[in-house]
Design a protein around this ligand. Structure first.
Ligand code: CP
Ligand code: NVA
Length: 286
């Protein structure tokens, strides 16, 4: 039976422990070629820099290869169904990564595909990114369990939603600071200063996610006071690390001083996408 990775809830805490152990090994030894001859299809309905490069490098370094297909260049805009695309692609490749809008599209593709499907970002979550983020927390702070992670910004963003889903699985406390109208239903929210007070990790994400460009002006107004700057970060624990999945907008959701400062772990976080995704590809394909 194939397994998909569409959301954090798809694997257990024990499986994540094993996955991170393997990612550590793969990070220490980049010459392992466990996916010789395997192929990975990367389907994009939104832009990407890191996701495309890190998945292509991951499967390539493991001995396999990637086929990147921006959906706009496929037959889908001309009316071919996602399901037919998935069924055909499954005859060619060993796994499919899909970056899309609604989670319904992700689920339709995963149901029709007979090979594992990975969520490469949807409106409902960015699970591969949050895995890399938590791997970075473990690497920098020694453990994830019991830590306090503050998320400041768009509480309804795919990043915030995946962090919320991850908290009970990985055993950390998530403090969420998000303005009215940008909060997940039912979630407890606090002010940015309260969220960041004593936090071990502070995370933010863009205020205007892909697909929300028309709401830019209203969003910039609503998020006033939610910029992760030096003053806000000064409230965190002394050992705090700052995460941002990137791309970032300096002076908007995060100040240049914080993003480029000594507490920022964003480049290690970006690098860790490679190592964690290698472990994930092995787990799903082998
Ligand atoms: N963080 C992330 O997923 O970046 P890209 O949009 O560049 O892939
Ligand atoms: N929330 C952002 C994340 C980008 C990696 C977006 O969806 O655009």
């Amino acid at each position: 039976m194939k397994r998909d990775f569409l959301r954090l809830g798809d694997f257990s805490a024990e499986e994540y422990r094993a996955l991170f152990r393997r990612a550590r090994e793969l990070k220490a030894d980049r010459r392992q070629r466990t996916l010789e001859g395997r192929s990975l299809l990367l389907l994009f309905e939104k832009a990407s820099t890191r996701t495309r490069i890190s998945f292509e490098a991951a499967i390539g370094q493991l001995g396999g290869h990637a086929i990147a297909l921006p959906m706009a260049e496929s037959q889908v805009p001309r009316g071919e169904t996602l399901e037919d695309t998935a069924r055909v692609a499954s005859r060619y490749v060993d796994a499919i990564m899909f970056r899309t809008h609604g989670d319904d599209r992700l689920q339709s593709l995963a149901r029709a595909a007979t090979v594992p499907v990975i969520n490469g970002l949807s409106d409902g979550g960015h699970p591969v990114q949050v895995l890399a983020d938590l791997f970075t927390v473990q690497e920098k702070l020694g453990s994830i369990e019991g830590k306090t992670i503050a998320f400041v910004g768009d509480g309804a963003s795919n990043m915030a939603l995946s962090f919320l889903e991850a908290a009970p699985i990985f055993g950390f406390t998530l403090r969420l600071a998000a303005p009215e109208g940008y909060r997940p239903e039912g979630a407890r929210v606090v002010a940015p200063s309260e969220a960041v007070q004593g936090a071990d990790v502070v995370v933010t994400d863009v205020w205007i996610s892909m697909g929300q460009e028309k709401e830019a002006a209203a969003r910039r107004k609503a998020f006033t006071g939610y910029c992760l700057d030096e003053k806000l970060l000064a409230r965190a624990a002394r050992h705090v690390i700052v995460l941002h999945c990137l791309p970032a907008h300096r002076g908007e959701e995060i100040s240049a001083g914080v993003l480029d400062g000594p507490q920022s772990a964003v480049l290690d976080e970006a690098e860790n996408r490679l190592h964690v995704q290698k472990a994930l590809l092995e787990k799903l394909i082998l």
